[in-house]
Ligand binder design. Sequence first.
Ligand SMILES: [Zn+2]
Length: 324
Amino acid sequence: MEYGYFTTSPLNSVRVNFGEYMSKMKARDDIHRINGIPDYAFPLDLKLREQLRKIPFFYTISKQIAVHAEARARQLETAQSVMASPTQFPDIFNMARDCAKRLGIGAPNVYITHDQAMNAYTYASDTVTPTIVVTSGIVERLTKGELKCVIGHECGHVHNEHIVYQSVCDVLANLLSGSNAIIQLLSKTNILLFYEWSRAAEVTSDRAGMICADNIQDAINVNKKLAYGSFLNQEDVEINIEEIRAQLNDLSTVASVATEILQTHPSGIRRILASDEFSRCDLLYKWRPDLKKPGMKLQSKEETDAAVSKYIAVLKEDRKEDNQ
Ligand SMILES: [Zn+2]
């Protein structure tokens, strides 16, 4: 048979053994998992998630909410937004594929939606077919390298199976009109536990974003820009990490604590400091030896986690405790 320019079928060189492919993927994935958990996960994320899981029926009901929310979101985004593909927003399409491949999850569908807020969010009920939404605000204010870190962060939520728990976010954010079933399951203490877990989960996913980066500094810049808002058509604003650290030390008023304990994300300066710490973690360079530079002074995962625990603890007394 003729094959155009080829004398033999080009398909002959394509490996089609699915079992072999899966075992290679599993072996690659196992290197970066400890007891089935991604090795970069922030320990407080795991510890608090375990506590949430012990709330009777919480996981079962949350999973149902996640499945429903994903199906509904896919329909809404398909109607209102534009999905990245090889011919529509191909850069974003390729970023998502790169990040998913790096972490070992299914390639997500990424939608770009009209919203001037800098935001990105994910719907998923498994790790195979997630849906990620990025707003026009975040696409236009970040560089391509930074946007890839945002998509990597969202893939991190899928990789760590955060989405089931995060799906109750909307419910908690609007308690009065939320699902009675969830509200009845959660005492006030458990609601605070949920928010604390959510902030810890963001630390884990920021690490995933850095693991997916083309350039480590891009991942730190994302958190800087999320903090100050980024400015259109303006060069980056210099951020001095020591001044950010001093800002955190000033954060001691009752009012700021009362606000932060009900936030799903760590405040901007905490995320900058947490990502700066992970940029020096030896584990990051086990994932990305290609990004390691000569002479880098690295620290262990344990040292990184201990420093980050202090940065993200909203209550001052928690900063002195070992959160592991
Ligand atoms: Zn997130």
